[in-house]
Write a protein that binds this ligand. Structure first.
Ligand SMILES: Nc1nc2c(c(=O)[nH]1)N[C@H]1C(S)=C(S)[C@@H](COP(=O)(O)O)O[C@H]1N2
Ligand SMILES: [Mo]
Length: 331
């Protein structure tokens, strides 16, 4: 967003900005947040979620029939160490390359058509199947969780996601015992998503987890945000949240889950394997080849705070990586 000749993805704001300006976020926000929607959010910077303020760009989409499922009961095991990010920030400052490589693509993302929407389960499963999303949701254990989110670009947010454990979806899929990975894909439709006309990207967006990661209790499938259906720009109608990994692992608008014994090569790994690997676990001590990961800019607060190993979720996930020390776990 600051350097237009480069893709925002490849250069975080912290690397694009002189450090003293970066730390003075209020001044920075005034001078750089030129997009009207984000500029309007500037007045809310500095406070936690304010009751009664405008709800960002999260109006429920007309073609989303799931409003009656919200709000979902909160699972209190997942605590935040910081305020919930104001929705006017987290719903207008997004990464969704299918709709463009800038942060302010939320308007373009309104073209996303939510119904009909099906999810296909294939590969190493008892029986391949394609299921309508509403039929699926009716069978899932729905709940809300408060999670942090850490983008590899060194910004972060804290949001109440609604949805269900990915483990419930894996159980529904009935994978064979020989499956080692689950591979998820985003829709492919360049007529709807103009970013997909940029043919040099390896569409569709693909991400993957090991079966142990996918069935870890922290891996969550998101259908909602802030007690409402998740906005299109944040990945409706079904996205992943794996908060101990960099944000690019949390794939949006999923249409299929494929079970396999081959490690998948994800979207960003295909583009730049030396910078975006399979594991991508958050670790402040392992820098991105072009910038530090030691700190993160907390969206909507003007603050920069230290980043934590596994984004603070080590008690849930550290065991997953015992014996894998030879792998590039943090890139
Ligand atoms: N299909 C798809 N999923 C995606 C992305 C994307 O461009 N396309 N961006 C990823 C990145 S880099 C991040 S940080 C998060 C951002 O989620 P948010 O926009 O809801 O904050 O989505 C991830 N999932
Ligand atoms: Mo990201």
């Amino acid at each position: 967003m600051l350097i237009r000749s480069r893709r925002g993805w490849e250069l975080p704001e912290s690397a694009a900005t002189p450090e003293e300006v970066f730390l003075n976020r209020r001044g920075l926000l005034k001078s750089f947040l030129a997009a009207p929607a984000i500029a309007a959010a500037g007045s809310l910077i500095g406070g936690p979620l304010l009751a009664g303020t405008a709800f960002g760009q999260t109006e429920i989409a007309a073609d989303d029939p799931t409003a009656k499922l919200y709000p979902m009961p909160r699972d209190e095991r997942f605590k935040l160490d910081r305020a919930i990010t104001d929705p006017s920030e987290s719903t207008t400052y997004t990464n969704y390359y299918e709709f463009g490589s800038q942060k302010n693509i939320w308007r373009a993302a309104q073209k996303l058509k939510l119904r009909p929407w099906t999810v296909t389960f294939d590969g190493m499963v008892e029986r391949e199947k394609t299921v309508d999303i509403d039929t699926l949701l009716a069978q899932m254990p729905l709940q809300e969780r408060l999670y942090r989110h850490r983008c590899v670009e060194a910004w972060s947010m804290a949001v109440p996601w609604s949805g269900f454990p990915l483990k419930a979806l894996v159980d529904f899929a009935q994978p064979l015992g020989s499956a080692k990975y689950v591979v998820m894909k985003t829709f492919q439709n360049p007529d709807m998503a103009s970013g997909q006309r940029q043919f040099w990207y390896p569409w569709p967006y693909v991400e993957g987890l090991t079966m142990a990661e996918a069935t870890n209790e922290l891996a969550f499938m998101v259908t909602g945000m802030y007690g409402k259906p998740v906005p299109k720009q944040n990945g409706a109608p079904l996205r992943l949240a794996v908060p101990w990994k960099y944000g690019f692992k949390s794939i949006k608008s999923i249409v299929s889950l494929t079970f396999t014994d081959q490690r998948p090569v994800s979207f960003w790994e295909k583009i730049q394997a030396s910078e975006y690997g399979f594991w991508a676990n958050v670790n402040p001590e392992v820098p991105h080849p072009r910038w530090s990961q030691a700190k993160e800019r907390v969206l909507g607060t003007g603050e920069t705070v230290p980043t934590q190993l596994y984004n603070g979720y080590g008690e849930f996930v550290a065991d997953l990586y015992k014996g894998l020390e030879g792998e590039r776990l943090y890139l």
